[in-house]
Write a new protein. Structure first.
Length: 262
């Protein structure tokens, strides 16, 4: 009889621990779709602000572009750190990838954030030039709403935020994952951000799969490379702006840098 009582007690204990871990996951990985609304970006951020010569060039390209392009991203996290990076198997058409590179819409970055020290590292590969941005995490001003949305099977609450560089963002976070992280460098909510919309940039990030685990491996080797140039967000922005400004107008360059510094 004691055997059966012990078995029932043990089984219940394991179930409760598993349920508690599932309910409050503090480590794991999250797959995201980063959707860039290509025609909107080119028509509103490039064509509408271009000079006559550039405008004709962009107008010739516009019909070839899809309405949107989806890049696959992954966020690995534990109680103190998040690592957000690209997945190579995005299945994007080679021509679309060329357009993304041409318009500098994605720097193929890897972002490592530490919520305890508030330190921030971003490894960028910008047209072959590798740069590590070394700075602090952004402090975003959030206002939590009463709107909810189901994302990847989680009930997420909406919050509206303003970044330090005055970018309006919409974040959907879930309390079941009590880690204050999210896509790119967006952070600061009471739970993990599974949905992110940046209206002015015509881009969104939505989780497609969440996998909780006791141990998650984060490959940080690229951040330890002493041969890669290190700089602050401002230094990187100034350097790339000076290069892009030779080919694009001020407003378009500002858009690209705001997207690159998200």
């Amino acid at each position: 009889m004691l055997k059966y009582i012990f078995f029932i007690f043990f089984s219940c204990s394991v179930f409760c621990l598993k349920a508690q871990y599932t309910l409050f996951g503090r480590s794991g990985s999250i797959s995201y779709d980063k959707t860039m609304y290509m025609k909107n970006i080119v028509s509103k951020k490039f064509i509408s602000k271009a000079d006559d010569d550039s405008k004709q060039f962009f107008e010739r390209i516009l019909p070839k572009l899809p309405e949107n392009a989806v890049l696959k991203k992954i966020l690995k996290f534990n109680a103190t750190e998040t690592l957000f990076e690209s997945l190579k198997e995005d299945n994007l058409d080679a021509e679309i990838k060329q357009y993304i590179m041409m318009f500098a819409l994605d720097f193929d970055a890897a972002t490592l954030s530490n919520m305890t020290s508030r330190s921030f590292l971003r490894y960028n590969d910008i047209v072959g030039e590798k740069i590590i941005v070394e700075d602090t995490m952004k402090r975003i001003k959030w206002k939590i709403t009463d709107e909810y949305r189901d994302i990847a099977g989680y009930n997420c609450r909406r919050a509206n935020g303003i970044t330090p560089d005055s970018i309006y963002v919409i974040g959907y976070y879930c309390n079941e994952i009590p880690v204050s992280g999210g896509p790119e460098s967006i952070n600061g909510l009471p739970g993990m951000i599974l949905g992110l919309v940046v209206p002015s940039q015509h881009v969104s990030y939505f989780a497609t799969k969440v996998e909780l685990s006791n141990v998650v491996a984060m490959d940080k080797k690229k951040f330890d490379n002493t041969k890669v140039k290190r700089m602050t967000r401002k230094s990187m922005t100034d350097q790339i702006t000076s290069v892009l400004s030779q080919h694009m107008n001020k407003e378009t360059v500002e858009f690209i840098m705001e997207l690159g510094n998200l």
